[in-house]
Design a protein around this ligand. Structure first.
Ligand SMILES: [Zn+2]
Length: 388
């Protein structure tokens, strides 16, 4: 009876939410083509102040609009004092990683670099990517990861500049995995490529999964366009995400259809006080109207992959039920539910009593409308024993 009613839920029954910040790096180029770092550092500090979790791009190689390579974040950048580069990278390593996954936005977010000769080609990365094979893409992505590894960052996923890899997405997904394995030994990875502005329901997607090798790649799409991009009136623009009364907006629509709330903006969309204040207000509204849990993209990928790949077996008798989960990926706050029609004496997870709570918290169980909800950290093999 329990068997048919088992369901994997959102973690802690809260909607997984994530804020994606694109295009950021240690410097930007101003209108005169000069390297500026103070602005980028200020934006970074502003992002840490938001209190949310998500993803931040760190573009590894800085290229001028004419295609001249100005430098790499691990080697130094023309026009940027080394001590200032070190200070920004320290903030990334010591502060930003608490809130955000740090990813490359492949190598330059503009011209392709020929890795052999270290020269730029005339093509842009997103144009070039659409006709590459697994080997070339893997090598290129690995180069970007290697640079971030060299500055002490674990980039567990990647961001696609523009629509990098869209026409060869299956190959691209595999290339991300191969590159992650090569540079970091990471076997559960993710990428951000897709923006689903119109879909009714937006969730991550398991793009690749190998049961034997315990490998998976998850695509994490954004559910909305960047409403702060080139906005004349940022505070008005965020109504497109969520209105002040929480009744309308793209995030409201997708959330009603049981979507994840993952949305994106760019550093250049939030470079003035008014825009960052508007983004803060959007976050306040999300926290006020939705029961969300802010997660890094890697946490979302892990949770999603766990719910899609964990098989279970149920053994039932009159006195007890055992649910045996065989996960391939561990994850925190794994939440599952099932129906019951008799009083429960006790629930044990791997031999340890799970505490009852009136409201679901980590490592507890609760009951609502004849449904039991449990939340626990999913380890290698988990036996849930329900005693009547
Ligand atoms: Zn971008």
């Amino acid at each position: 009876m329990i068997t048919s009613s088992i369901r994997y839920e959102y973690p802690l029954l809260k909607v997984p939410s994530s804020l994606i910040i694109d295009d950021w790096s240690v410097v930007c180029l101003n209108e005169q083509g000069e390297v500026e770092y103070k602005k980028m550092r200020k934006i970074l500090l502003g992002l840490l102040d938001l209190g949310v979790r998500g993803k931040l791009s760190l573009v590894p190689c800085i290229v001028s609009p004419r295609g001249e390579i100005l430098g790499y974040v691990n080697k130094g950048i023309k026009g940027l004092p080394d001590n200032e580069l070190a200070e920004t990278l320290r903030l990334v390593r010591e502060k930003a990683v608490e809130y955000f996954d740090i990813t490359p936005e492949i190598l330059t977010h503009s011209f392709v670099v020929d890795i052999g000769s270290n020269r730029t080609l005339s093509e842009k990365e997103w144009e070039w990517s659409q006709s590459q094979d697994l080997e070339t893409l893997t090598k290129y992505i690995a180069k970007a990861l290697e640079i971030l590894k060299d500055v002490g960052v674990v980039a567990n996923g990647v961001t696609s500049p523009c629509d990098f890899g869209r026409e060869v997405e299956g190959i691209y997904a595999r290339a991300v995995l191969e590159a992650e394995k090569k540079i970091y030994g990471i076997k559960l990875t993710w990428y951000f490529l897709n923006v689903e502005r119109c879909s009714r329901r937006v969730t991550p997607r398991l793009m690749y999964f190998d049961k034997e090798k315990r490998e998976a790649v998850v695509s994490i799409p954004s559910c909305s366009r960047d409403y702060l991009a080139r906005s004349e009136n940022p505070l008005k623009s965020i109504d497109n995400w969520i209105t002040e009364d929480g009744s309308k907006g793209r995030l409201v629509d997708v959330c009603r259809n049981k979507s994840y709330i993952v949305f994106h903006t760019h550093w250049w969309s939030i470079q003035d006080e008014e825009s960052i204040r508007a983004l803060k207000e959007a976050i306040t509204r999300i926290n006020r109207y939705f029961n969300v849990v802010w997660m890094k993209c890697s946490q979302i990928a892990r949770y999603f992959a766990a719910t899609k790949t964990t098989k279970y077996e149920v053994l039932e008798s009159n006195q007890e039920t055992r649910i045996i989960l065989e996960p391939l990926f561990t994850c925190e706050n794994f939440t599952l539910s099932f129906e019951v029609n008799k009083p429960i004496r006790k629930i044990e997870i791997n031999g340890r009593t799970l505490i009852y709570s009136t409201e679901l918290k980590p490592n507890t169980w609760t009951i609502m409308d004849q449904r039991i909800y449990l939340c626990f950290n999913l380890s290698k093999r988990t036996v849930i024993k329900v005693e009547y």
